[in-house]
Design a protein around this ligand. Structure first.
Ligand SMILES: [Zn+2]
Length: 151
């Protein structure tokens, strides 16, 4: 085992997180490497220093206040996946276009093969042909009528 690998394993070794095979290899390295052994002694000493400190109980209601403060935090970001949100926008646009095509087809009768006189009347009323330049009963028509008479 090289020193780099040994030093990565010192802390897990102190915490008892290494497998027995790793422990044996590390112990062998520490026995033959004074530099790594010194690092191990320092880390183990710090751990025993913290382990020997007096423990204080948390104040009453501490965990409840912490959890409440966490829940009050605004959520960062959105639950929507940005890729899905983009897809949803495109899908909504496609749906709107399809609805427009469908309703346009209904109005013009393009979707139905059978001829419905009422539908044709509606379609004809939507045509620009029914609009005259000067519709009857309009001021324009009255004006044109008066100019024709005066000619
Ligand atoms: Zn070493």
């Amino acid at each position: 085992m090289r020193c780099f690998s040994a030093r990565k394993r010192i802390s897990p070794f102190i915490d008892g997180e290494l497998r027995p095979g790793e422990v044996k290899v590390l112990e062998a390295h520490l026995a033959g490497c004074p530099n790594c052994a010194a690092i191990f002694d320092e880390m183990a000493g710090a751990r025993s220093l913290f382990a020997g400190l007096e423990r204080f109980p948390a104040p009453h209601g501490f965990s409840t206040r912490v959890m409440a403060a966490i829940q009050e935090q605004p959520e960062v970001g959105t639950r929507w996946n940005p890729v899905f949100a983009r897809f949803a926008g495109a899908a909504a646009l496609a749906l709107a276009i399809a609805a427009g095509i469908f309703s346009g087809g209904i109005l013009t009768g393009a979707l139905g093969p059978r001829h419905d006189p009422a539908k044709e009347t509606v379609v004809a009323s939507l045509s620009l042909d029914v609009f005259e330049a000067s519709p009857p009963e309009s001021l324009g028509k009255a004006y044109l009528a008066s100019t024709k008479e005066n000619r």
